[in-house]
Structure formats: structure tokens, C-alpha cells
Design a protein around this ligand. Structure first.
Ligand SMILES: [Zn+2]
Length: 173
């Protein structure tokens, strides 16, 4: 396994629509393993392939927050939301591609998601709570959408300016 660098907003690759994965190859399995390592190391609870510069529909997540519970690393290939609840919930979201910026985002409280697992099997599950927020945030990434796209333009521009400055400082360092 190897950690991969995480792209920081703004980056055109974070605005692109990712391509569906055709077949579960060794390359895809490696990508999933690398993404999990990168996510845990960050640390974060979710990561989408475009965030490491790979424009394919793959995401990883593990929303187990309780240290006494075993981790649940998940790799979802070609995930699709098949149902969303009318009930909504609001979480303060953050993103590994937009470091240290947080904002409330309202989303459906529960979603059904269908995806392909790394063993090639078709899976589906109903997600609630933090898992539901996380899986929707990551699927948004596969469609070139960031959580700041839900904010008012002024707030979004302010965050983007901060990120431009951060990237400039990083490039100089
Ligand atoms: Zn994100």
C-alpha cells in the first residue's frame, strides 16, 4: 500500500465528473487500498478517487468514530444512490481537499446505495446518520461537486480564496 497526495481545492480535477469503472482489476484494488491508507493517515472518514487525481468512480469510507468499536473500511466502486429519505439532517461537514474549513450542509437523512465491491459482488445498504452524510459527500465528489457548492456564493468565494492562499504558501515552502 502507498499513501497518495490529496488534491487541494481549487483544482479542475475536483470539478470533473469521474468515469465508471469497467472491471475490478488489480489496479482498482490497489487504488482502494491506497485510498484507505491515505484517508486513515489524513485522518478522515471518507475519500473519493478524484481527490487523489484519479477520475474513476471509487470512494472509500469508515465512519466508525467510537475507538472501542472495530474499524469498518469500505471501498465502493460505481456507487449509486437508489433512494433518499424526505427527512433531512444537517451536519457540519469538512473535506480533506478543503482543509480546516467547516460548514453546515443539509442532506437527506437516509439513503440507499448500490455499488460493486472489490470482490466484484453487487452490494446495497441503507445508510443513516454520519454514514449517510459521508456517502453523499463522497458521491458528490464523483460528480465534481464539493460541499462548499451548497453554501452561499460569498461564503464559498471566501473559502476558495483561503485555499488559493494556502496552496500558494505550500508551493513556496
Ligand atoms: Zn470531500
Amino acid at each position: 500500500m502507498a499513501k497518495r497526495p490529496i488534491l487541494i481545492h481549487p483544482d479542475p480535477r475536483l470539478k470533473a465528473v469521474a468515469e465508471p469503472v469497467g472491471a475490478i482489476t488489480d489496479e482498482i484494488r490497489q487504488l482502494g487500498a491506497d485510498m484507505l491508507e491515505t484517508m486513515y493517515d489524513a485522518p478522515g472518514i471518507g475519500l473519493a478517487a478524484p481527490q487523489v487525481g484519479v477520475l474513476q468512480r471509487v470512494l472509500v469510507m469508515d465512519c466508525v468514530k467510537d475507538e472501542t468499536q472495530p474499524p469498518r473500511p469500505m471501498v465502493l466502486v460505481n456507487p449509486e444512490i437508489t433512494w433518499s429519505s424526505e427527512e433531512v439532517s444537517t451536519y457540519e461537514e469538512g473535506c480533506l481537499s478543503i482543509p480546516e474549513q467547516y460548514a453546515d450542509v443539509e442532506r437527506p437523512a437516509e439513503v440507499d446505495v448500490r455499488w460493486t465491491a472489490l470482490d466484484g459482488s453487487e452490494q446495497s445498504e441503507r445508510f443513516a446518520g454520519l454514514w449517510a452524510t459521508c456517502v453523499q459527500h463522497e458521491i458528490d465528489h464523483l460528480n465534481g461537486r464539493l460541499f462548499i457548492d451548497y453554501l452561499k456564493p460569498l461564503r464559498r468565494q471566501m473559502i476558495t480564496r483561503k485555499m488559493v492562499k494556502l496552496k500558494r504558501e505550500k508551493a513556496r515552502a
